[in-house]
Design a protein. Structure first.
Length: 143
């Protein structure tokens, strides 16, 4: 048991090891500080009033600019889609509607009518006999 003495050979030393030290947490906090605009160099410099408010304001303005840009691109995409839809309606829809109406009424397109005009259902049918056996010669007019 030691007695109190005013003369010590060395100061009291403590071998303190933090029990809950998490290096990943410190790295995460450092990255977050960098994202907020606080850099490691800022710790060495003297604090300027409003320094953190400025960095937050600039970060907020950057976020707003990016969201505004996304909104503009979304509106642009919608306008392009509307223009394409109007072109489809203006150019293709009348033709499709006309074809559907003709199909319902039983009418046929003019180019198809020409093909039907060439067909004569009352023309005589040519019957080709198929009664030859193997080895028989096929008449010349059938070849």
């Amino acid at each position: 048991m030691g007695f109190f003495t005013p003369y010590k050979k060395h100061a009291n030393r403590f071998n303190y090891v933090p029990r809950y030290y998490d290096p990943e947490k410190e790295a995460r906090e450092q990255r977050r500080a960098e994202l907020r605009g606080e850099r490691a160099e800022d710790g060495e410099r003297e604090y300027q009033p409003g320094q953190y408010i400025r960095t937050q304001r600039e970060a907020r303005a950057a976020r707003r600019r990016s969201s505004d840009d996304q909104g503009r691109t979304r509106v642009l995409k919608m306008v392009v889609a509307a223009v394409l839809m109007l072109l489809f309606i203006y150019l293709l829809y009348p033709r499709l509607a006309d074809a559907v109406l003709r199909a319902r009424q039983g009418r046929v397109a003019p180019d198809v009518e020409k093909q039907f005009e060439e067909f004569n259902p009352y023309a005589p049918i040519v019957v080709v006999p198929n009664d030859y056996q193997e080895g028989d010669e096929i008449p010349e007019h059938y070849e």
